[in-house]
Ligand binder design. Structure first.
Ligand code: GLN
Length: 236
């Protein structure tokens, strides 16, 4: 399973998800504390944010372990955005290890990460194509198609997760997505935590990025919606 994290609030560097907190995603890539499947997340990583002038999504993905990328600290340190997403990957057996199989997947301003696994039959009926044969790329494409069709981001996530999760009872479908103005996430088979006690923003992550007691676990089968007004958690 991968680990993913997002921030919505005052402009910050992606480092707030990666290596500023003691259990950021860089640390979680080799020493996750709550990972239920897989030991380390060394099959790639990705970081996404929004250009403060154009509002366009910017994305940086590699298929190497995050700790081996010497350029990342400088790049992440130079970026600032009020909406950030990042993921470190432990590829599911049989899935390709390549940049196009690595989160965040993107479609315009939408960025999405999938922590879990799902059988091809359960997801490929929802959309015609994806950028990679990786299950996560198909999940992302299915969500993107729904948003392009007019669905709000949270509804699109809920629809794809409940559909695929019903077709494949063993599926794990923790999704994390953002569009520059909101962050949405699902829990379906793995851990997710929220820290919404800060004055200037909300953090969402597979597992807490720090030992701050303000992190709270999200129960399974929930939809998390984060807007500038705060975090809302609903049943899926
Ligand atoms: N199944 C996805 C992949 O192979 C996600 C893997 C994960 O959560 N570890 O990339």
């Amino acid at each position: 399973m991968c680990r993913h994290a997002a921030w919505l609030g005052s402009p910050r560097s992606p480092a707030v998800l990666l290596d500023e907190p003691e259990h950021g995603l860089v640390r979680q890539s080799y020493a996750p504390r709550m990972q239920r499947h897989g030991m380390i997340n060394a099959d790639g990583f990705g970081v996404g944010w929004y250009d403060p002038v154009s509002g366009e999504a910017v994305r940086y993905r590699r298929s190497i372990p995050i700790w081996t990328d010497a350029n990342l600290p400088g790049l992440a340190g130079a970026a600032r955005s009020g909406c950030l997403i990042a993921a470190v990957r432990s590829a599911t057996v049989g899935m390709p290890i390549e940049e196009s199989a690595t989160a965040p997947f993107a479609d315009g301003r939408l960025l999405l990460s999938h922590n879990g696994r799902v059988r091809a039959e359960a997801i490929r009926s929802l959309v015609d194509s994806a950028e990679s044969t990786c299950d996560a790329a198909w999940v992302a494409a299915a969500v993107f198609a729904r948003v392009r069709g007019g669905a709000p981001l949270g509804d699109a996530l809920a629809e794809v997760v409940t559909h695929a999760g019903t077709k494949d009872p063993e599926a794990r479908l923790n999704l994390l997505a953002c569009d520059g103005a909101t962050v949405a996430a699902t829990t379906w088979g793995d851990t997710l935590h929220v820290d919404d006690t800060g004055e200037d923003g909300v953090l969402v992550a597979s597992e807490p990025l720090s030992d701050r007691p303000s992190w709270r676990p999200v129960p399974d089968r929930r939809l998390v919606l984060v807007t500038p007004g705060g975090a809302r958690i609903e049943p899926l």
